[in-house]
Design a protein around this ligand. Structure first.
Ligand SMILES: NC(=O)c1ccc[n+]([C@@H]2O[C@H](COP(=O)([O-])OP(=O)(O)OC[C@H]3O[C@@H](n4cnc5c(N)ncnc54)[C@H](O)[C@@H]3O)[C@@H](O)[C@H]2O)c1
Ligand SMILES: [Zn+2]
Length: 355
């Protein structure tokens, strides 16, 4: 069992990571709240696989459990689903002294977390993330929200959970494409913050990694937690988490969302940018080769067909651009990252490379 304390003053919380934790979720929730009623928000896939088990675990602690389920998929992370959630929370008689549990991937965490943040001006909530993306990224840091027709994650807020319960065994049912998608972010943490994690990933592969999830997820949460503690509102250091994302987002947009997964876009983005900065002498020699090798090991791309011009077209409206300055995140070496402010007109220098 691994526990990580996220120190955010009155908004502090703990992340617990343990194989089999799902069946003991009731005890952990009981330590956090004396309330009687819990609303568990989930999607159809996760509810179908694990909803009964979670309900049983919670009922052992005599909770009234109300399961609220919406269809799986990013397209349901929208205002219409949010309104339905409000209605169901209201029908269930949820009050501010009850708790909401978000049980699923990043979609459930973001949407359910935003419902928790805004229903009755805020109901406390607990995250039980079930994908790698959710276990290492979206459940930590307090960003919740929904997509709008005008763009992804365009309505949202910062709302910290009261706790995060991670059971790595739930990843056994996650399809390989989503595993690889999440590995894009896992490798990113190794790159920006944790060389030991990176070295561990170099030594494992798709088969052998499953015995190491507790350690790996713990290291990622630790990395994200420490960075978020120093920059809750994403005004400075938290930008390090965007390594690979400027080009990655451009790749996702250029091909249309869904062609490359987010993790695939980030993977190619990290490899391409590091190729450029290594060539410029800003990154230790040999870093790109190490990075590309590990990305390929987990089925991730190190390059895409799109030209520099194609990609630049989709970087123009990236939110990291402020005025005509932007901040790129680059590696000095594996495990060491830094912010590099660049003028927007210098950006073309940093786009491309790759093999
Ligand atoms: N809030 C943040 O800081 C943050 C960070 C990263 C990503 N996100 C958001 O997270 C979302 C992506 O997260 P995601 O990849 O987890 O998407 P997701 O929630 O759509 O999950 C992916 C798919 O896996 C299924 N699934 C979930 N757990 C499973 C399991 N254990 N076994 C089998 N199937 C399972 C889901 O039903 C879904 O079909 C995006 O909306 C993104 O914007 C938010
Ligand atoms: Zn990301």
């Amino acid at each position: 069992m691994k526990s990580i304390h996220i120190d955010l003053g009155k908004d502090s919380y703990d992340i617990h990571i343990e194989n089999g934790l799902l069946d003991r979720a009731g005890e952990y929730v009981r330590n956090l709240t004396k309330s009687q009623t819990l609303a568990v928000i989930s999607d159809t896939t996760v509810d179908g696989l694990y909803g009964d088990r979670l309900e049983q675990a919670l009922r052992k602690e005599h909770y009234n459990v109300r399961r609220i389920v919406f269809p799986a998929g990013e397209k349901y992370k929208c205002a219409e689903t949010l309104l339905q959630l409000y209605q169901e929370l209201s029908d269930a008689g949820i009050t501010r002294s009850d708790y909401i549990i978000t049980f699923g991937g990043g979609v459930v965490g973001d949407l359910g977390g935003f419902a928790a943040a805004t229903f009755l001006r805020g109901v406390p909530f607990i995250q039980i993330p079930t994908t790698i993306i959710a276990q290492v990224d979206s459940s930590v840091g307090g960003k919740v929200g929904i997509d709008l027709p005008s763009g992804k994650n365009q309505a949202g807020s910062f709302y910290q959970p009261k706790g995060v319960l991670i059971d790595p065994e739930l990843l056994r049912t996650l399809p390989l494409r989503f595993i690889h998608d999440g590995m894009g972010e896992v490798i990113k943490y190794g790159c920006i913050h944790d060389e030991e994690l990176f070295a561990l990933l170099e030594a494992l592969d798709d088969e052998t990694i499953s015995g190491h999830w507790e350690d790996i997820i713990g290291r990622c949460c630790e990395a994200k937690g420490r960075i978020v503690e120093r920059d809750v509102l994403d005004l400075g250091e938290r930008m390090l988490l965007n390594f690979g994302h400027t080009i990655g987002h451009a790749i996702e947009r250029c091909y249309g969302y869904g062609y490359y997964t987010h993790g695939e876009g980030v993977a190619a983005g990290m490899a391409m940018l590091t190729g450029v900065t290594e060539h410029m002498g800003l990154t230790e020699a040999g870093t790109t080769e190490r990075l590309c090798k590990v990305l390929r090991r987990y089925g991730l791309p190190t390059d895409v067909q799109a030209s520099a011009d194609d990609l630049l077209r989709y970087i123009g409206n990236d939110k990291k651009k402020r005025g005509n300055r932007m901040t790129l995140i680059i590696l000095k070496a594996i495990g060491q990252s830094e912010l590099l402010p660049v003028m927007a007109d210098e950006l073309p220098k940093y786009i491309r490379k790759g093999e």
